[in-house]
Design a protein. Structure first.
Length: 307
């Protein structure tokens, strides 16, 4: 952990971040530090008074406090500040995981940015999102598109907002990195020798994609929910209108926070807008072998038919 007082500037989720903590996975920002929209600060005293053996999350007005048993205490304030109070034994990798994961998801909600849990790629100047349960293969599917020459827009969190003029949903890029399991690396013929493993997951790795990353906002044109199929065949079906709202809630990043943050009406309204404007498909992938390349073909055929 770098010394407090040494600030670094980054760009992620379309926001200028000024941080006490170094983030090798983020893009450096050239903006003046006074233009920062988010500040990440270290406070080594905040954790005192919290029991390090428990894990909890609490909401008070525009402040969310996350207490962890393995990293420290995090406080997300008003959509523009994350306070980090790490335990003395904490590895910096896990601190960054919490900040770029749960903390950032809560901060986006505070800023009225709709965070879906998934990955998104750019196809013909439009964003297409892949959502699903953890382990469904979202990042692997996105990598299959990247291997075909398409660009990654975001991994893990898909930040969705609405244009004030056009009234259509847009996806903001996050940062140029993916997280892939060893079996996916093997399937794509990638070497893990120079890759950093994710804390606590020795066979899952951070994969930088700077040269295959899109740093521009893109209109959201379609969403695919990825599911494991018991069949040996891949298949795809359109999600009907009544199913869209519960599906979008289910796959909102850290959706358990929505009621306690008094965001239920806001989330319902945006879910309805997305559901009315964007086609959503349920994608069933075969459990037999590595099916990501075939899923790419299936999605591209579906997109072409829909245009």
């Amino acid at each position: 952990m770098q010394n407090v007082g040494t600030k670094e500037s980054y760009k992620a989720f379309g926001l200028h971040i000024l941080s006490d903590i170094s983030f090798p996975e983020l893009m450096k920002a050239s903006e003046d530090q006074y233009s920062a929209e988010i500040e990440i600060v270290i406070d080594r005293f905040l954790r005192h008074g919290f029991n390090a053996n428990t894990q909890s999350i609490s909401v008070a007005d525009d402040m969310v406090t996350l207490q962890t048993h393995d990293a420290g205490v995090f406080r997300i304030i008003n959509g523009n500040k994350i306070i980090v109070s790490p335990y003395s034994w904490t590895d910096e990798d896990i601190i960054r995981l919490y900040i770029l994961g749960t903390c950032m998801g809560i901060l986006l909600l505070q800023r009225s940015i709709y965070p879906l849990h998934g990955s998104a790629v750019v196809i013909s100047g439009k964003a297409y999102g892949f959502i699903g349960e953890s382990g469904a293969g979202k990042s692997t599917l996105a990598t299959a598109f990247v291997e075909r020459g398409y660009k990654l827009l975001t991994d893990d969190i898909i930040p969705v907002t609405f244009s004030s003029i056009e009234k259509y949903p847009i996806v903001t890029p996050s940062y140029p990195q993916q997280k892939l399991w060893q079996q996916s690396l093997d399937a794509f013929g990638m070497d893990n020798e120079e890759l950093r493993s994710i804390h606590g997951r020795a066979t899952k790795f951070c994969v930088p994609v700077e040269e295959r990353y899109c740093a521009d906002k893109m209109p959201l044109a379609g969403i695919f929910e990825l599911n494991m199929s018991e069949s040996s065949e891949n298949s795809l079906e359109a999600v009907n209108k009544l199913e869209k709202l519960p599906l979008l809630f289910k796959h909102t990043f850290r959706q358990f926070m929505i009621p306690s943050m008094n965001l239920s009406d806001w989330h319902f309204g945006l879910s309805a807008k997305i559901g009315n404007q964007i086609p959503i498909y349920r994608l069933h992938r075969s459990a037999d072998g590595f099916s990501a390349p075939q899923l790419v073909d299936l999605i591209l055929d579906t997109i072409t038919v829909g245009e």
